[in-house]
Structure formats: structure tokens, C-alpha cells
Design a protein around this ligand. Sequence first.
Ligand code: C5P
Length: 232
Amino acid sequence: MGKDVIIACDFDSAEKTFAFLDRFTGKKPFVKIGMELYYAEGPSIVREIKKRGHKIFLDLKLHDIPNTVKKSMAVLSRLDVDMTNLHASGTCRMMEAAIEGLTRPDGTRPILIAVTQLTSTDQESMEKDLWIEKPIADVVMHYASNAKAAGLDGVVCSPLEAGKVHDRCGKDFITVTPGVRFADGDIGDQKRVMTPAEAKKIGSDYIVVGRPITAAEDPVAAYERCVAEFVD
Ligand code: C5P
């Protein structure tokens, strides 16, 4: 499977998104559309970016009863995205239903990955708010195993967890890792970060990079630096 850099297009309008993508003359980076942009612009933003020739990771993190997730995934599969996701905490039954919904009549479907525990959740909030009293690293691995058992393709995880996920779930189980920063860059609000080169070494399959590219003075150069460190 191809390693790639996915740019998190965390913009609140189509106008800002296209102004950003227009800078990439000739190149068509893999882009992530998250809740902010999707809720601002609706499915048309997905169709328009697709029409421009980009691969799309639609990051909407579904979590609902199995029937609702199945029907929603069927709608998303018609948008022809390349990757989408859900919360593993929605249970194995919900993940199986998601696959059923996402699979097109010809048997193909977008890559489906699971969020295990959000990186904003720590041991303390997991115990206090969610009443989950196990080590968070074990919870992440358990959810990754559930995702694999349900037939999903991989998980979103910290680059620090990618190696362990591959050990547990196999090298073909995809790890998509945010929290990437250049060695000489600002880490912002991310807590546990890695450089693209380190993420490559540890075995991440895709890195998701937002502000180090979107807020760079020269986003194209920043993207190329990520590709040079992670892919080439
Ligand atoms: O700007 P930055 O590189 O921090 O952006 C990272 C992207 O990855 C954002 O879109 C963020 O929502 C997403 N993400 C994350 N941590 C997770 C899951 C998703 O940073 N655990």
C-alpha cells in the first residue's frame, strides 16, 4: 500500500480551501476534509475537490446506532471518497454495519478506518468521564483489534502507537497518524508529535498534516518537504 502525506484542509469555507489548493499547480495532494469544512459547505465540497483530481479522506468520525451508520455510510460511498472513518467505541456491530453500508454494488468501497481513543482523551479523563478503568494503551490496542475483527482496514492513531498497532494487527493494517511536526517547527496544541521522517521509520502508512503545511509561508514547499521525508 502506498505511503502518502494527507493535508488536513481545516478551513471554514470553500473559498479558502480553493485558494489554498490553487497554489499546488500541477500537483494533486491527498486531502482530508473534516467536520468544519463539511458542515460549512456540505457534500458539494467533496464533489468539487474530487473533480479537481484529489484523493479525499472524509474525516466525519461516525458514531451512532448500527442502522443509522450503515445508511449514512451508503450515502458517503456514493460521494466516491477514498477513505473515511468512524469511532471504534460504537461497537463491533456498528463497524460491521458501516462496512455493509459502505460497500458499493460492485463490491468496492473506500478505505475505512477507526478512531480508537481520541488523542485529546488521556488516562484521567477516560477513567473519570468514561468510567473505563484500564490503561489507555491497552484500550487503544483492544479497539484496534475490534476494528480489524470487524473487517476495517486500519486505525487513526498517534505515530507513537503505529508500531504497536502493526505488531498486534499485522503490517497490512493501515495506520493513519496525525500529530506530525517538522523538527524545527512549532508544535502548537499537539502534545505527542513526531517528524515525518520518524513517522516513516516507525511504520506509519499515512501522515495527516495540517498547520505545518496550511499555515506555512510556502505551503507547497512545506508539503514537498513532508513528502521528501516521509515518502521518498
Ligand atoms: O494542524 P495539525 O497538523 O495539528 O492537524 C492535524 C489534523 O488531524 C487535524 O485535522 C485534527 O483534527 C486531526 N486529528 C488529530 N488527532 C487525532 C485525530 C485527528 O490531530 N487523534
